[in-house]
Design a protein around this ligand. Structure first.
Ligand code: ZN
Length: 494
């Protein structure tokens, strides 16, 4: 008889220092699908849900998809939002059960207004319905913070092994395979987790160049299939901008049954992450250094790509910081494109004035005065779009995005892409949907920390990381941590 499986996704990376609450509207602005919509929207994409859909077909599962919810990182998830989405999962388990197994695509850094451990609370409620015997397979983002409650509740945890995250599909394929073996009675998976006294580590998980994360992943992999029943091992670099007790890197080992050696392996890899804590593969530049680099650059066949690292919406940055943009305008930078600046009010002004209009408008800097103020500019509206696009990869290819009304405002030699919804820019389509070819520009600026490399490193003559002091700056000591365990690196230790 076909196994009955529930597959759901509920993701959020919560930056607890952000003043933007995460509401149902935040999920609607990115991905919020129910029932059949989950399959119709996600099938064929390079994501976890698509992998679970394919696994269902491969293993002959009879699968139910109550919800997929994903929102751009921002502040705490409101209780109302958490209840609504988690109830979709929990009520389906109650009303349509019993199920033989559960697959959950989560992030692992969700903080809510009513609980510091969003995923742990969801899992607790799931377990309340299904009991202890039905296996749960869970996938997490490489930047997960993993609590003991999460590890206890899940039988199987697999985590992305790439940053940029280009293996979401493979991560869920591994989890589904282990679940199938569990259902067949071949294995009895048990997950253990190890954490250290670190808030940030493993080079924040970067895997595009040799360094601490690739070394940690290699050490973790050594234990797999060595005869002591290690089924899977993963490294989470953690999400330091979530001020909760357990924030930081961790190592997860899924073993066949209980064995002290599984925890030993996790502890050993965690010790290596502690040893490598001061080794970073990036060295962010100041805005002044970046402008000097632009001005001294000679003719190039490919663009200079700058990452506005400290205002990365992918880590909870507001996406409306203007310090780097202001410096570029002041320096009269030519043949440049800048995206994405989040400012629905400025978009509306530009749309009302119309395509080709000459506008005077204050852009960005409207959410949090700590990170800059609105920037008055005079420019031309050179494009107006509905902000709809389909990602072409390598990350999340096939996924649909709708940024809402979007304009391109030409200010001097800079084309500024301004959107009505917050998104990290990590795919060429964000520019190309507005008929901008970033390959033909001298300078391309993206609000992203690292994900942009998957699509933009191949077209860049050089990549420069700029830390302009925004909400996702690596200067953690500028933030008022209240809840993380102390002492912890780098706030107290070293
Ligand atoms: Zn991540």
């Amino acid at each position: 008889m076909a196994k009955r499986i529930l597959v759901a996704g509920f993701m959020h990376e919560t930056n607890t220092f952000s003043q933007l609450p995460t509401t149902l509207e935040s999920y609607k602005a990115r991905s919020l699908y129910y029932g059949d919509q989950v399959v119709s929207q996600m099938r064929g994409t390079k994501t976890e849900i698509a992998a679970f859909i394919d696994a269902s077909q491969r293993y002959g599962w009879q699968t139910t998809y109550p919800v997929l919810a994903n929102a751009t990182p921002s502040g705490r998830v409101t209780k109302e939002t958490f209840e609504l989405i988690s109830n979709r999962i929990v009520d389906t388990l109650k009303d349509q059960g019993p199920f033989d197994g559960v697959c959950l695509a989560l992030h692992g850094a969700m903080v809510c207004t009513h609980t510091a451990d969003g995923e742990g609370e969801l899992l607790r409620r799931v377990r309340q319905v299904i009991g202890t015997d039905v296996p749960i397979a869970m996938t997490l983002d490489l930047h997960a913070n993993i609590t003991d409650q999460m590890a206890r509740a899940a039988d199987i945890i697999t985590i992305y092994k790439t940053y940029p995250h280009i293996d979401q599909y493979e991560t869920a394929t591994e989890a589904a395979g282990l679940l199938q073996r569990t259902l067949a009675g071949e294995i009895k998976p048990h997950t253990v987790v190890s954490r250290g006294q670190l808030l940030d580590g493993a080079d924040h998980g970067r895997t595009t160049q040799p360094g601490p994360m690739l070394e940690a992943l290699a050490s973790a992999k050594l234990g797999v299939g060595q005869g002591d029943g290690v089924l899977s091992s993963s490294v989470a670099a953690g999400f330091p901008w979530a001020d909760i007790y357990d924030s930081g890197p961790s190592v997860v080992v899924v073993g066949d049954g209980h064995s002290a050696s599984h925890k030993d392996l996790a502890d050993q890899v965690m010790a290596e992450i502690w040893q490598s804590r001061n080794r970073l593969t990036i060295d962010p530049w100041t805005i002044e250094q970046a402008i000097a680099a632009i001005q001294s650059a000679g003719p190039r066949k490919a663009p200079l790509v700058l990452a506005d690292f400290a205002d990365n919406p992918g880590g909870g940055g507001y996406g409306d910081a203007t310090r780097l943009l202001k410096a570029m305008i002041d320096a009269n930078v030519q043949d440049a494109v800048f995206g994405l600046l989040y400012d629905p009010v400025a978009v509306q002004t530009c749309v009302e004035q119309g395509l080709g209009a000459h506008v005077v408008v204050a852009i960005g800097g409207k959410i949090d005065a700590r990170y800059g103020t609105p920037l008055p500019v005079t420019g031309h509206v050179v494009a107006v779009t509905d902000g709809s696009l389909t990602l072409q990869g390598p990350m999340m290819a096939g996924s649909r995005i709708c940024m809402g009304p979007t304009v391109v405002l030409q200010v001097g030699g800079i084309e500024i892409l301004i959107t009505s919804r917050r998104f990290q820019l990590y795919d060429l389509q964000f520019f190309e949907h507005a008929n901008i070819d970033p390959r033909k520009k001298a300078v391309v600026v993206v609000k992203s920390a690292h994900h942009f490399r998957a699509a933009f490193a191949p077209i860049a003559s050089e990549v420069i990381i700029v830390d302009g002091g925004g909400l996702t700056s690596r200067n953690y000591r500028q933030l008022d941590y209240q809840n993380v365990r102390r002492p912890v690196y780098p706030l107290d230790l070293d």
